[in-house]
Design a protein around this ligand. Structure first.
Ligand SMILES: Cc1cc2nc3c(=O)[nH]c(=O)nc-3n(C[C@H](O)[C@H](O)[C@H](O)COP(=O)(O)O)c2cc1C
Length: 277
């Protein structure tokens, strides 16, 4: 396939398929609904607090909004388990169940309330947690350890396609997509909606970080097989689509890092002629 053909495919994928004739979904065929979230695989789960009053150090919405930026430098200190609990609840927390286990209603919106994501954590420095890979259980608001992480910094960096700043985080959020959870309802039109959903999740993470003294940076450039393997996923029925390292914010140092990074980007862009109208 030529690059031009790939671009055409990408553009068509972005267009709304609603209104066109669609293949009937498994929901329309009355096939059983997949689970609302992946269940725990053991009995040893780590409950998380739902009292966030102590961790929310900034509650002025406009201050949080204005202060939001991508943070690529984190203090080399642990975040607390309660801060982590707040961040997880903010981006995937379940508030209630709609119908007879038909859908979860969460702190983020989702097309058709499918919430076709799972959240994994590559933990490097979180108080009370050994460095390892954990899975968030949104229905219980709890964590479960699902994998080892003997070299957190190197392994996180590798999964983030060698973006070195990521390895310095306290914890790296890894968002997986469970395709069938959305396909069951939306069939062949599920995938575009899910990618839109993903943005809402990490926008909440950015804002929640701003409320509790943390910083984050959304990462799309992941190393797919490495990230999937890190979380023990098969890469077909579930795979990582988006990631976000998180750590304690150091605004001054972050501004320095970003200034350097963007100076390089601007310099490179200045070297090419702008597109003529
Ligand atoms: C979907 C998405 C993917 C991104 N991927 C990366 C990435 O792989 N590496 C990175 O350093 N920043 C990444 N970013 C951060 C952007 O570079 C950043 O949002 C942009 O430069 C604007 O800066 P700001 O977030 O500070 O306003 C990503 C942001 C988004 C929303």
């Amino acid at each position: 396939m030529t690059a031009q053909e790939k671009i055409k495919l990408g553009r068509d994928f972005c267009k709304s398929p609603f209104g066109e004739e669609r293949e009937p979904s498994d929901q329309q065929k009355r096939l059983p609904q997949p689970p609302l979230a992946k269940a725990a695989v053991s009995d040893s789960i780590i409950p998380l607090t739902d009292d966030f009053s102590a961790v929310m150090t900034e509650t002025d919405f406009f201050t949080i909004l204005e202060g939001r930026s991508s943070q690529r430098f984190y203090k080399d200190e642990p975040i607390s388990l309660d801060q982590l609990a707040f961040l997880l609840y903010s981006c995937q927390g379940v508030k209630s169940i709609r119908g007879n286990h038909y859908a979860t209603l969460r702190t983020v919106p989702s097309g058709g309330a499918r919430h076709a994501f799972e959240m994994y954590l590559a933990v490097r420095k979180v108080e009370g947690l050994e460095p390892a890979v954990y899975h968030y259980l949104p229905l219980q608001h709890a964590l479960e350890k699902v994998g080892e992480l003997p070299e957190p910094e190197a392994q996180i960096t590798k999964a983030m396609h060698d973006q070195k700043f990521a390895g310095g985080c306290a914890v790296c959020f890894l968002m997986s997509f469970v395709p069938y959870r959305a396909e069951w309802r939306y069939s062949t039109t599920a995938h575009r909606v899910v990618l839109i959903d993903a943005g809402h999740v990490f926008q909440n993470l950015y804002l929640a970080c701003g409320a509790c003294g943390c910083g984050t940076c959304a990462i799309a450039a992941i190393d797919q097989p490495v990230a999937d393997e890190l979380c023990g996923l098969d890469g077909e029925e579930e795979f990582i689509i988006y990631a976000a390292p998180v750590g304690l914010m150091d605004a001054e140092k972050n501004a320095e890092v970003n200034a350097k990074l963007y100076a390089k980007t601007i310099e490179e862009s200045n070297a090419v002629k702008p597109l003529e109208k």
